[in-house]
Write a protein that binds this ligand. Structure first.
Ligand code: ARG
Length: 606
């Protein structure tokens, strides 16, 4: 529909220039006419688009709004480009103009989508700047990013699911996406971890694979406890940090070992969720930190505050209302989380070969880090590291809560392990499936049951997360996410399964007919919905809200179900039968593409 609305906008602008010549416009008129004038219809019965500008114009030029609307409508009707696409405009109410796309155009849009992998959506075109100077379609999405030697928690799960979906959407649009896992693999905590490791499992330094992660999380706790309680241990840990930073062989081995153990555990989750990521952890930026300090110093942005190197930003105040510094280098010479992020932003935006030369940086983390990123972005701006044509964005998300509205915990009050969360979703999907098979008197083999429950379980977890506006907190409920009713993964999967069923019953979904014809409102409704896919994807590309795509797929499934329940497909006469099969086929491809962009696996039977 994007192309159609673009053509209509051009037509409308031509008409408006004729009626209100640019040189005669008052400021107010200009501002009314410079805004968006072509809106999607507020109700389907009004058609596809609506033009409302006659109302504010009427006030300004003191003419009845309906008269203005009629004038605009008359001009549209005389324009050949308009007539090609739409039915006659209708002036309605106090002065709205309702526009509907004509059936010829709708049908030709159906032909465009038939048997086209991209469903008629072109790849974005990028201006061709020399690759050595800039990768002008390169986007970096920094997501997942758990911390070494700690367990990945539900916040990281959200980041992983949302980040992956954004990556898929931008890749589909034609961007080159670097999916960066900014793991917390550096910092003073390694001092205590390595000290503890050397003391309790000295053989770890020369024997492979002696620590396991469930141990490692526990191991972290033990090390922390000792660090908090024992001053001697504390001192050793501090010198261990220095050893690591200055590259002592055995400290590096211990560090690698801890990282490898964590990595293996993280990878298990990524494999199960089908997530691809490139690890480039905090340690990658180590030798770039000094440059950050020097650069900020040269640009007069650093202030020495009690020995620490700080940046003070306008509007950055603490709870007490006093200006709050962002510490870039601590008084002991150490660096912070923010310092690493400054080095990262600089590197990601710098042209190759000394950087990634990306044009858009996206950071997917919980909303609690909003002020951290606000600060980092501000400093990067002041330091002039962000070229004008580049965008940096924090994509925040809310907390995961349990059914009770409190932070998600196990029954015994501990943090939930992600592996167990996935297992439980799959197990519950399996129980539901077995029940359903019984009521439907179906018998299916073990491998079918396992495949379906794994797919449904994973799909449900991902979809439940993505279908919420990410900014709000989200209530985690196995019951809701696994339900076959409502805006859930099983509901969408089921629509696809129904369509696959049509094909099993003999409906050929590879429609090649040149004789497509529609006459029922259920068909037109479905077509109109199918046509919206491109604008929904464009919206997600811009606003980075995957829930918009979920909402669209849900509405599409509902409209499809109504179509399928209310009018015959396989039993219809030709050419309706083939035409309706064409709609089934495009609906299935749209759902599959949409779910693929969300990272959600699909099924033929369930
Ligand atoms: N490791 C951090 C955490 O667990 C998230 C890192 C996000 N990315 C970044 N560039 N700061 O909270």
């Amino acid at each position: 529909m994007l192309e159609i609305s673009k053509k209509l906008e051009d037509v409308l602008n031509r008409a408006l220039v004729k009626i209100f010549p640019k040189e005669d416009r008052s400021n107010k008129t200009s501002s009314i006419l410079s805004g968006t004038k072509l809106l999607p219809a507020s109700k389907p019965e009004f058609g596809d688009f609506q033009i409302n500008c006659a109302l504010p114009l009427a006030k300004e030029i003191k003419q009845p709004p309906r008269q203005i609307a009629q004038q605009i409508a008359n001009h549209l009707q005389k324009d050949n480009d308009y007539l090609q696409i739409c039915n006659a405009p209708i002036v309605a109410g106090p002065g709205f103009i309702n526009i509907s796309i004509n059936s010829k155009t709708l049908i030709s849009e159906i032909y465009v989508r038939l048997n086209d992998e991209r469903l008629g959506i072109p790849l974005k075109e990028f201006s061709t700047v020399k690759k050595e100077e800039k990768n002008n379609n390169r986007v970096i999405i920094d997501f997942s990013s758990p911390n070494i030697a700690k367990e990945m928690h539900v916040g990281h799960l959200r980041s992983t699911i949302i980040g992956d979906s954004l990556a898929r959407v931008l890749e589909f649009c034609g961007y080159e996406v670097l999916r960066i896992n900014h793991v917390g693999d550096w910092g003073t905590q390694f001092g205590m971890l390595i000290t503890h490791l050397k003391e309790v499992i000295p053989e770890a330094l020369y024997t492979k694979d002696v620590v396991e992660i469930s141990d490692l999380v526990n191991f972290y706790r033990q090390a922390k406890k000792r660090f908090d309680e024992d001053p001697v241990f504390q001192n050793k840990s501090r010198s261990e940090v220095v050893n690591l930073q200055t590259g002592h062989q055995d400290s590096l081995i211990a560090w690698q070992l801890l990282c490898n153990q964590s990595r293996k555990e993280f990878q298990k989750i990524y494999d199960r969720l089908d997530i691809k990521l490139t690890e480039r952890g905090e340690s990658f930026y180590n030798n770039l930190l000094v440059d950050v300090i020097n650069d900020l110093k040269n640009k007069d942005l650093l202030i020495n505050d009690q020995g620490a190197q700080c940046v003070f930003l306008d509007g950055f105040v603490g709870k007490d209302g006093k200006p709050q510094p962002i510490i870039i280098q601590k008084s002991d010479g150490g660096f912070n989380y923010a310092t690493t992020d400054l080095a990262a932003i600089k590197y990601r935006l710098a042209p190759p070969p000394n950087g990634d030369g990306a044009v858009r940086l996206i950071y997917v983390t919980d909303a609690g880090q909003a002020s951290h990123f606000f600060g980092v972005f501000q400093i990067a701006k002041l330091a002039k590291w962000i070229p004008i044509d580049c965008q940096v964005e924090h994509v925040p998300f809310g907390l995961v809560q349990g059914d009770d509205g409190k932070k998600l915990k196990t029954r015994s009050g501990e943090t939930i392990r992600l592996v167990e969360l996935l297992d439980e979703a799959i197990q519950r999907a399996k129980t539901d499936l077995i029940d359903r098979l019984k009521t439907e008197s179906r018998s299916e083999n073990e491998s079918f049951i396992n495949k379906v429950s794994t797919t449904v379980g994973i799909a449900a977890i991902k979809y439940a997360d993505l279908s919420q506006n990410r900014i709000s907190n989200y209530q985690f409920s196995f019951n809701k996410m696994l339900s076959l009713q409502g805006n859930t993964a099983p509901y969408l999967l089921y629509a696809l399964v129904r369509i696959a069923g049509i094909s099993r019953k003999g409906g050929d979904l590879n429609v090649e007919s040149q004789n497509i014809l529609f006459n029922e409102p259920q068909e037109w409704n479905l077509i109109r919905k199918l046509l919206q896919l491109d604008s929904v994807i464009a919206e997600v590309e811009k606003e980075l809200l995957p829930n918009r795509l979920c909402g669209y797929l849900f509405e599409l499934s509902q409209i499809f179900n109504r179509f399928y329940d209310q009018i015959p497909v396989l039993k219809a006469n030709e050419p309706s039968r083939t035409s309706r099969l064409a709609l089934c086929s495009i609906t299935a491809e749209t759902l599959k593409l949409g779910m693929n962009l969300l990272g959600i696996p699909t099924l033929e039977r369930m």
